[in-house]
Ligand binder design. Structure first.
Ligand code: NAD
Length: 361
């Protein structure tokens, strides 16, 4: 029997509540596919700080590194908000994990389930069936580039500095991820940058073009300026399959596209490095306003686990089944509070888990 080592990091707030439903889906996959998930549970974020004095201990990090996939909930909350010591904050645990594993490729699907098409800010026919995958560079660009800072100007006044920088190697490794993903999906990549006004964008375009010609000419590549991409996302989002972009533009474009699909409680993500385990987590935070009530939407966490099945555990068929079960539960009219609308059946976290398990059969 195949054994997969999973590092489970529920985190803070609603994290443990939604992860309990992920555990149920894991158990179903074990039974249906004859695999074993060897699950090790650890602390991350505020709860880790309280128990271990740091938001991610060396021991938890080492275990995470040795696993096949890391499935995380969320971190943070008002209890730790006042903490000024930056590396003791809950988010520092997550950043350490990303940095240490060199997770440079952030995958964020923007999928619109048919049953939720009316919850979108766009018209139903523009979003029904929407299925975009953002491949965002996560480890470089303007968020990390040097020089950076705020300086006093000699003649008075101040200047804020950030530097957009990308090496050819950084561009090539993220482009490779986008082309590989496109081969498993619709076979199309839009690469978004600002080659018209930025040298880093021009290099990006040149390197993507070169790699495409050399190794991926079976994939359809189009270059698009990031501002036009933003416009097209709200005008005709279904034209996109995979969108490849840098850290800054990816941050903004993927958030805009995410909102086309309904609630924050629906959005999964994956962060991948070269070879090691991927990190799978919902896009949302710890939702302190509803934590402890058992009413959070577990779908983003469950879809994140489906991404782990697909991208780290080579179980694409199981991933398809989990996604289809989520779709089926929604089609049955089940809604957690964040998705609730007239005529639907309101359920709590466990009730949504029940519905998904029932659809799995
Ligand atoms: P949030 O995502 O936690 O919540 C925003 C709103 O969405 C809230 O009203 C919340 O109730 C709702 N919501 C979020 N997820 C939901 C779910 N699964 N089901 C139902 N409703 C859901 O963002 P926030 O309030 O800005 O941040 C709260 C805390 O989370 C902060 O400490 C922040 O730093 C942290 N945070 C962590 C992550 C992460 O772990 N990756 C991401 C974002 C924010």
């Amino acid at each position: 029997m195949t054994t997969h080592n999973i590092m489970l990091l529920p985190g803070d707030g609603i994290g443990p509540e939604i992860m309990a439903q992920v555990r149920r889906v894991m158990a179903w996959v074990e039974g249906a596919y004859g695999v074993i998930f060897n699950v090790d549970e650890g602390l991350i974020g505020g709860c880790a700080y309280d128990a271990e004095g740091v938001p991610l201990s060396d021991e938890t990090l080492a275990k995470a590194k040795a696993s096949d996939a890391i499935v995380m909930g969320c971190v943070g909350g008002p209890k730790w908000d006042g903490k000024t010591d930056y590396d003791k904050r809950p988010e520092a645990g997550l950043l350490r994990l990303r940095k240490d594993l060199d997770l440079f490729a952030n995958l964020r699907p923007a999928m619109c389930f048919d049953a939720l098409a009316d919850a979108s800010s766009l018209k139903r026919d523009l979003v029904a069936g929407l299925d975009i995958l953002f491949v965002r560079e996560l480890a470089g660009g303007v968020y990390f580039g040097e020089p950076r800072g705020i300086e006093e100007l000699p003649g008075g006044g101040r200047i804020g500095i950030n530097t957009q920088r990308y090496t050819d190697a950084e561009i090539i490794r993220i482009s490779r991820v986008a082309f590989d993903m496109a081969r498993k999906r619709g076979g199309r990549v839009h690469s978004a940058e600002k080659a018209n006004v930025m040298e880093a964008g021009l290099l990006w375009r040149e390197e993507v073009t070169k790699l495409h010609a050399e190794e991926y000419s079976d994939v359809k590549l189009e270059h698009i300026l990031a501002d036009n991409c933003a416009m097209q996302l709200v005008k005709a989002p279904k034209q996109f399959d995979v969108i490849l972009t840098d850290n800054l533009f990816g941050d903004i474009l993927s958030d805009a596209a995410a909102m086309l699909t309904g609630s924050l409680g629906m959005l999964p993500s994956a962060s991948l490095g070269d070879g090691g385990p991927g990190l799978y987590e919902p896009v949302h935070g710890s939702a302190p306003d509803i934590a402890g009530q058992g009413i959070a939407n577990p779908i983003a966490a469950i879809l994140s686990f489906a991404m782990a099945l697909r991208y780290s555990l080579n179980m694409g068929d199981a991933a398809d089944k989990v996604e289809a079960a989520v779709s089926e539960a929604l089609a049955q009219g089940l809604r957690t509070g964040d998705l609730m609308s007239e005529g639907m059946t309101e359920v709590n976290t466990e009730g949504m888990g029940d519905g998904i398990l029932k659809a799995l059969g």
